[in-house]
Design a protein around this ligand. Structure first.
Ligand code: PLP
Length: 369
């Protein structure tokens, strides 16, 4: 599905020397590379404050912790997402409320938000799934109207740009009160282990999040909040400093591969290509098709025989996961999420797809249909 080794070989000289220099200084925690990365990420995203942390799940948890919510408060999320989005909510004894997604973009449907809001609703967590921005303008309007926080789960879409109706543009992760991302190796900006970051343009939230990620302190051994220990290793920051300079190039490579898939698959009956919104760029963390008529498993097996990997992201919606059944509130119909879980199939998508590989994957899919 991804080829991290080939990607490494292209930047080997830069990565190797960056790692060696961290080892030479032995400044493994909060070394200079972490500060450098913070600044690079601020410049890249346009976020005022960037707080690096240990992984994307921590980023989401710390973001929620900064909002001082109370047990039983509700947080609205899309029913179709990676479990981490719901997990941190439930872990803090808050209630995840799932709403349906759009059947073609896979992202939260803003038209269903108002009906999901109750007296307990405190926040909305849109997920920019598979590389494309959720429709943030209506989401922010509803959040303002009901005085709700918005935390963006931007683990899959770093570098995607959303255009508002007045023509202004913002990167995903910088439109809500807080944005969160992950540097898991296979993410669009991935390190060689775990890593994450939190974004905010709010000074108060910024300093609070910084403290929560560091045991709730800003002065050593004086703890203002109950926090966590969540840091980005210096070695991981050194790797990210090399890779962030290539991120635009990497995202373009993904977009081009997706364009080739789109062209090849657009006319095939029984298969639906992902829709691109006109008000968001798409950085294709995943290239995700919908397979009609319960043929998904047959196609997966057929592709596997030809040596083409494929994956189901995700086989169950949040509210059907065993751990979340009893703690989730379902708002309205979540039909699209349930149908997508039965029909989606993601094809290999990464920065090292060559024309030969792409052609082979395309021919393999076409020959099945
Ligand atoms: C990867 C991912 C996360 C979690 O990131 P980790 O770094 O693996 O903890 C959260 N949300 C979404 C949508 C993700 O894809």
């Amino acid at each position: 599905m991804v080829d991290l080794h080939s990607q490494y070989l292209h930047v080997k000289h830069l990565i190797d020397s960056a790692l060696q220099s961290v080892i030479d200084t032995s400044s493994f925690i909060n070394g200079d590379e972490v500060t450098v990365f913070k600044t690079k990420l601020q410049n890249f995203t346009g976020a005022k404050h960037v707080i690096p942390c240990a992984n994307g799940t921590d980023a989401l948890q710390i973001a929620l912790m900064a909002l001082e919510l109370h047990p039983g408060d509700e947080v609205i999320i899309p029913a179709f997402t990676y479990v981490a989005t719901a997990e941190v909510i439930a872990l803090l004894k808050l209630t995840p409320v799932v709403v349906d997604v759009c059947s073609d973009t896979y992202n939260l449907n803003p038209d269903l938000l108002e009906a999901a809001i109750s007296a307990k609703t405190k926040a909305i967590m849109p997920v920019h799934l598979f590389g494309q921005s959720a429709d943030m303008e209506p989401i922010m309007e509803i959040a303002r109207k009901y005085n709700l926080f918005v935390i963006e789960d931007n683990a899959q879409s770093i570098g995607a740009v959303y255009t508002f109706s007045d023509g202004s543009k913002k990167q995903t992760g910088t439109m809500g009160h807080i944005g969160c991302t992950s540097f898991f190796p296979s993410k669009n900006l991935g390190c060689y282990g775990d890593g994450g970051a939190i974004f905010t343009n709010d000074d108060q939230l910024g300093s609070k999040i910084q403290m929560i990620a560091n045991h709730g302190q800003n002065k050593k051994y004086y703890h203002k909040y109950i926090g966590v220990n969540s840091r980005l290793d210096t070695l991981q920051a050194a790797i990210l400093n090399v890779k962030i300079d290539k991120l635009n190039e990497y995202n373009i490579a993904r977009e081009q591969a997706a364009g080739k898939y789109d062209n090849a698959f657009a006319g095939i009956a029984g298969l639906k290509i992902p829709r691109r919104r006109t008000n968001s760029t798409h950085v294709f963390h995943q290239y995700t098709l919908q397979i009609a008529d319960n043929k998904r498993e047959d196609l997966m097996n057929y592709l596997a025989e030809k040596g083409v990997p494929s994956m189901i992201y995700y086989p169950l919606p949040v509210h059907e996961q065993e751990a979340f059944k009893s703690v989730t509130r379902i708002s309205g119909s979540v039909d699209n999420a349930e149908k997508l879980c039965k029909s989606v199939l993601s094809l290999p998508m990464h920065t090292e797809l060559t024309p030969d590989i792409e052609d082979y994957i395309i021919e393999s899919v076409k020959s099945f249909f």
